[in-house]
Structure formats: structure tokens, C-alpha cells
Design a binder for this molecule. Structure first.
Ligand code: DGY
Length: 335
């Protein structure tokens, strides 16, 4: 019996890949960099399923160029790389990997917050540069995390986990979100504040919102102007939520004190970009979910979404299960 053809756009943990190999004919892109667009189109053209990464743009043009595709399984919780409406219109199922990376990502966001507050990276650089000659009463003074105010932009799964971590440090936590979440406010002891008020009151602003047309450049010049000059910005969500030029200006002028970024715009950030060399900015390469265990679970969910879609079943973590039985999903299967 023939098997469905699947293209996996990067090497992923075996936990997911083995599940796919058991039931599909699989081609895996082996390079470190993502497949160039032409290559992705060429490889996915005759495939029934595609495992994509956040570095692959999945739009109407790609879906039209790959008429057999029934399911696109994104190995990420964020899916701003996928035009879900275009997929739904063609009867292509789309899945993501929510839940399993929540705590791991919050751990890392908190690590960045701590690193920014206590100048951890500067301290490491100082020692590595051979500059450590004595204990200094004024050496690399930072700010306290305990009892400081944290402002969360977004109170979804990851934002809530960030609030839990902040509680352990006796922080006051404010949040803004499209809707008030009164039950969560009670459970976690967080307080709602409109974005502009939150920015004016907080010592650490941490972004936990998806990238949508509404959140693109949410942090812009006007918003940086509202922040305290002693405040730090943490971003583990998506780079374009922050207007890069405005951030560079805010850091250079002292409008804000620090930024700690796991996501940037553009991504990757060129090594000669000002954000890389500014002393009051630390940048990591989009690794907030990168624990071995979590990446394994993400790969497994991506595999389960893919296989369910190929079987004509609802995806366990589906973004448009209403596309089941519609468009090309209604056609008889070729295998
Ligand atoms: C996601 O899943 O969206 C993260 O950015 C990568 O894990």
C-alpha cells in the first residue's frame, strides 16, 4: 500500500520524526538554514503533508503551487508565518504546538529579565576580557528584581506562567490584554492596566502577545517615551511587535535602560546591527522554547497534527479544523 508523501522543512527531534516515518514517505531538509522558497515549493509540490517551521512562509501562492497538500503542521505555537485563511479557503488543515512550550518559554523570559536586571552578560564579558582585578563597590551595579513591578503585555498561557514566576520574587504584576481576565487576576494576584498606564508604572515590560496586524509595532517611539528611564524591555514573543529603530533610539538616548531580546526584527539580526553592540542590550537567537524535552514534545505534537490531518481527522492542535471535509480535503486520498 502506498503511503502519503510528507516534506519536513528541517531536521526535527526524533520523537516526532519517528512517528511520521512510521506512516509516511518522508523527505527531510537536512541543512541548518531553512530551505529557500524555490526549494520549498519544489519539494512540497507533490506532497500530501508538510511540517513547517516558523522560518517558512506558507501563503496562498505556496498552497496553489502544492495542490496535493492537505495539512500543514507548524512546529511552533506562533503561526504568523502561515496564512491560515488562505489554507482554510483551500481546505488545507493547519496545526501548531501550543501548551508544551509554555513553562519553558516563561523560564527563559524570566532568565532574560534577571540577566538584564543584574547585568549578567556584561559581567561575563568583563571577566572574559580580563578586566576583573578586584571586588569593586561600584562595579556593574544593577537593579533589584524582588519587589519590582513587572508589566505583562499579553496574559495568555506564557504571560500567566511569567506572572507565577514573578510571584516567587514578590513582584507586583500588571498586565494588559484585549480583554480583562478577572478570574486569572484573582488566581495570580495580577492587576489589569491599560497599556500606556502599565508602561508608565513598570520596571520590567515583558511581551507575551502573538504577532497580528494589531500588535505589529505595538512598542513604538510614543510607547517607549512612556516607559521609565530605569525600565527594561523583555521580548520572547515576536520581533515585529517592537519597532526596531525606535528601540535602538530608546536604548541609545537612555529613554529606557535595557532590552533583553530573544526575538528581533529582522531575524536573524546581522552581527553588525546596533542592537548587537549596544552595551545595554542582550540578544539571544530565538531559543526561549529550546529545552531538549520541550522541543521533543513540540515535534511530537507536530507529528500528531500531521498524521491526523492525513487521516482526515481533526488535528489535536488544529487552527482551522473547520477545513476538514472541505476543498481539497474532501477529495479522495491518493494513497
Ligand atoms: C513558537 O513556538 O512560536 C516559538 O517562537 C518557537 O518555539
Amino acid at each position: 500500500m502506498s503511503k502519503p508523501s510528507v516534506y519536513v522543512a528541517r531536521r526535527i527531534p526524533d520523537q516526532g520524526l519517528e512517528l511520521i516515518r512510521d506512516v509516511c514517505d518522508v523527505t527531510v531538509w537536512q541543512e541548518e538554514l531553512p530551505p529557500p522558497r524555490e526549494e520549498l515549493l519544489r519539494q512540497a509540490r507533490d506532497c500530501d503533508g508538510l511540517v513547517s517551521l516558523l522560518t517558512d512562509t506558507i501563503d496562498g501562492d505556496l498552497l496553489d503551487a502544492c495542490p496535493r497538500l492537505r495539512v500543514v503542521s507548524n512546529m511552533a505555537v506562533g503561526y504568523d508565518n502561515i496564512d491560515v485563511a488562505a489554507a482554510t479557503a483551500r481546505g488545507v488543515l493547519v496545526g501548531n504546538t501550543p501548551g508544551v512550550l509554555t513553562e519553558t518559554t516563561a523560564d527563559f523570559a524570566f532568565a532574560l529579565l534577571m540577566a538584564a536586571a543584574r547585568r549578567v552578560v556584561e559581567g561575563v564579558d568583563y571577566v572574559r576580557a580580563g578586566q576583573w582585578r578586584t571586588w569593586g563597590p561600584l562595579l556593574l551595579l544593577g537593579v533589584d528584581v524582588h519587589h519590582a513591578t513587572l508589566g505583562l503585555i499579553g496574559l495568555g498561557r506564557i504571560g500567566q506562567e511569567m506572572a507565577r514566576r514573578a510571584r516567587g520574587f514578590d513582584m507586583r504584576v500588571l498586565y494588559c490584554a484585549p480583554h480583562r481576565q478577572e478570574e486569572v487576576e484573582r488566581e495570580l494576584g495580577v492587576t489589569y492596566a491599560p497599556l500606556d498606564d502599565l508602561l508608565a508604572q513598570t520596571d520590567f515590560v515583558s511581551i507575551h502577545t502573538p504577532l497580528t496586524p494589531e500588535t505589529r509595532h505595538l512598542m513604538n517611539r510614543a510607547r517607549f517615551a512612556l516607559m521609565k528611564p530605569s525600565a527594561a524591555l523583555i521580548n520572547t514573543a515576536r520581533g515585529p511587535v517592537v519597532e526596531t529603530e525606535a528601540l535602538v533610539e530608546a536604548l541609545r538616548s537612555g529613554q529606557i535602560a535595557y532590552a533583553a531580546l530573544d526575538v528581533t526584527d529582522p531575524e536573524p539580526l546581522p552581527a553588525d546591527h546596533p542592537l548587537v553592540s549596544l552595551p545595554n542590550c542582550i540578544v539571544t537567537p530565538h531559543i526561549a522554547s529550546a529545552s531538549r524535552a520541550t522541543r521533543g514534545k513540540m515535534a511530537e505534537i507536530a507529528a500528531r497534527n500531521l498524521i491526523a490531518g492525513l487521516n482526515g481527522e481533526p488535528l489535536p492542535a488544529g487552527l482551522n479544523n473547520e477545513a476538514l471535509g472541505a476543498g481539497r480535503n474532501a477529495l479522495p486520498r491518493a494513497w
